[in-house]
Design a protein around this ligand. Structure first.
Ligand SMILES: [Zn+2]
Length: 294
């Protein structure tokens, strides 16, 4: 079966030996086959392996070898280091993000129960022209001009799948900032609301925004620890519009907002790294700036 690339992110999971044929816009296609995938701990201060311990640190690497149209490429990542904020690999007609491998969960707990890939590796691809979606992406929250730093992610570990307390995979991306920091819609959102709300008696406030693209894929963007909404729930939200403030409530030992991102494709839910939205927003901001300077 051929899965069309279209103009939004295409997530999929593979076991070794399996491939997916990606249909390219020009009518050609290319197979992405997984050769192998794995993960290993680089360094850990956990007193007992696999048992969460306050302030313990674990650093790990993970990788996948893929064959793209017959060309073998090794994709390798590190978490939680500055390399957590990585560039996708450009291979032929595709940009490839290595989102997760199952083996990470042999040493990290799955904090939400759905972070681990169902197969050996989860990949996300888009076209080599380098966009994750057809619209400009706005910053979800203010980010320092040089970009995200791992030290900005709670205690320096809460990037996507970062090992919270050394042993628990973090299901999102934390960005430290002061209470009252504006949160703005990265893309145009068709529906949004508070899933949980402090005002309604829940333990924290969690915002969820939906966007269904013309290719049928749906993006779900979430923020936790949000302060009060500045727009009405269940109303369309334009890209770049402020909708709430961050680091509002119950932020633990660092004031932060927790961002998460999930793609629904053909009825299957793929939790993926929110970094891709921050990456595109930075690229789009740089593009706007260079246009202005021209
Ligand atoms: Zn978090």
């Amino acid at each position: 079966m051929i899965v069309d690339l279209s103009d939004t992110l295409l997530p999929f999971e593979l076991d070794p030996g399996e491939g997916v044929t990606v249909g390219l816009p020009g009518g050609e296609s290319v197979e992405v086959r997984l050769v192998e995938a794995g993960a290993r701990i680089l360094f850990s201060t956990l007193p007992e392996a696999g048992v969460p311990f306050h302030s313990a640190r674990t650093f790990y690497a993970f990788w996948a070898v893929v064959a793209v149209g017959g060309e073998r490429v090794r994709l390798e990542r590190e978490v939680p280091t500055w390399r957590s904020f990585y560039e996708p690999w450009q291979v032929g007609s595709l940009c490839i993000w290595l989102d997760a491998v199952k083996e990470i969960f042999s040493f990290l707990e799955d904090s939400t129960g759905d972070l681990a890939p169902r197969k050996a590796a989860r990949l996300v691809v888009h076209g080599a022209e380098g966009r994750i979606c057809p619209e400009p992406v706005h910053p979800w929250c203010p980010v320092r001009s040089e970009g995200l730093r791992i030290g900005d992610c709670y205690a320096g570990e809460n990037c996507w799948l970062g090992p919270y307390h050394g042993a628990v995979a973090h299901g999102g991306l934390d960005v430290n900032h002061r209470p009252g920091t504006p949160l703005t819609a990265p893309i145009t959102i068709s529906d949004h609301y508070l899933v949980t709300s402090l005002a309604r008696g829940d333990g924290n406030s969690r915002w969820l925004g939906h966007r269904r693209w013309s290719d049928g894929r749906e993006w779900m963007l979430e923020c936790e620890n949000v302060g009060g909404l500045s727009v009405r729930e269940h109303t369309p939200l334009n890209a770049g519009k402020r909708f709430a403030h961050g680091a509002g409530v119950h932020t633990g030992s660092r004031e932060h907002t927790h961002f998460s991102f999930c793609i629904l494709r053909d009825g299957v839910r793929y939790p993926v790294d929110p970094w891709m939205l921050f990456w595109q927003a930075k690229k789009d901001q740089q593009g706007t700036l260079s246009q202005r300077l021209r």
